[in-house]
Design a binder for this molecule. Structure first.
Ligand code: C2E
Ligand code: MG
Ligand code: MG
Ligand code: MG
Length: 285
């Protein structure tokens, strides 16, 4: 049981963060071994359509099964992976794994759904990113339209022209893009409208401030209406209460990804979840 104690790992890595270069290097070496030693695992969090109650897709979220520290959440090791450049091979592993799971859905007689994968700004530094991503999906025999890549505004900031070219190339191959954590950065959606982005994900900090004093309601309404007028879908992240879900549905938000419906879960649980999911009952609650 101690193995699954994320509290322990949190303290451990939190402590490791303000530390010596030596410890950072050790963390990076651990991470390199993790990739080689199959210690990385994807969890899957469903995205629910607010009109039909159907599962539109899942977001693939990385976890590290550390031999001593138990399950380590991404916030504790993605920064080190980015700093060291290890996020490049790790990122390709995530896409390979997502493709493999997508194929496995069929074996379980489940309908294909969208698998969304996070892309770090650092992955754009690999000049062969677009061809590598395409090759992975193509070799897996997956329909490219089932893969969605999530990126934040800042991911495109470093070299906007190059980022734009990457997005265009991948989009021409059928891969779609979602703008993650929207509302936390400073770019306006209209600045991004020339990019092939089909979905906006409202950052969970806004959703979680619904019902409190402040601007959250107005901001969410504005993001939804602007996204729709630019022909983009909207997913709200982090919906945890029935009131939040109601508000989002009343505002015509398209989908919710949040604990109210489902937490990120291991593959085996996802299979059971999808097999048992009844769209009507979800929205009737
Ligand atoms: P993200 O891409 O914005 O992912 C959504 C995060 O919100 C997930 O945290 C998810 O568990 C959490 N979440 C969803 N619904 C709720 C809710 O109702 N309440 C609360 N409190 N949280 C909710 P997670 O899995 O810890 O991931 C954190 C971040 O780590 C991700 O944020 C993403 O930026 C990064 N990440 C995860 N996997 C990968 C990966 O494969 N590659 C890269 N580059 N980054 C990743
Ligand atoms: Mg994401
Ligand atoms: Mg997000
Ligand atoms: Mg995030």
């Amino acid at each position: 049981e101690a193995k699954r104690d994320t509290g322990t790992s949190y303290r451990f890595y939190n402590r490791e963060l303000h530390l010596t270069v030596g410890r950072q290097l050790a963390l990076e070496a651990d991470l390199r071994n993790a990739l080689r030693g199959n210690e990385l695992e994807l969890y899957y969090q469903p995205r629910i359509d607010l009109v039909t109650g159907e599962v539109r897709g899942v977001e693939c979220l990385l976890r590290w099964n550390h031999p001593e520290q138990g399950l380590v959440p991404p916030d504790q090791f993605i920064p080190a992976a980015e700093r060291s450049g290890l996020i490049v091979p790790i990122g390709y592993w995530v896409i390979e794994q997502a493709c493999e799971r997508l194929r496995a859905l069929k074996e379980h007689q489940l309908d294909p759904i969208i698998f969304a994968v996070n892309l770090s700004f650092r992955q754009f530094h690999d000049r062969r990113m677009t061809e590598t991503i395409f090759r992975i999906i193509y070799n897996a025999g997956i329909d490219t339209s089932l893969i969605e890549l999530e990126l934040t505004e800042s991911a495109m900031m470093h070299d906007p022209d190059y980022a734009q070219r990457c997005l265009r190339e991948l989009n021409q191959l059928g891969i779609s893009f979602a703008l993650d954590d929207f509302g936390t950065g400073f770019s306006s959606l209209s600045n991004l409208q020339h990019l092939p982005i089909s979905l906006v994900k409202i950052d969970k900090s806004f959703v979680q401030r619904l019902g409190e004093a402040g601007d959250a309601e107005h901001i969410i309404r504005a993001i939804i209406s602007l996204s729709h007028s630019l022909n983009m879908g909207v997913v709200a992240e982090g919906g945890e209460t029935r009131e939040q879900i109601r508000f989002l549905r009343d505002q015509h938000c398209d989908e919710v990804q949040g604990f109210y419906f489902a937490r990120p879960m291991p593959w085996r649980n996802l299979i059971e979840y999808l097999a048992a999911h009844e769209p009507q009952s979800v929205m009737a609650r």
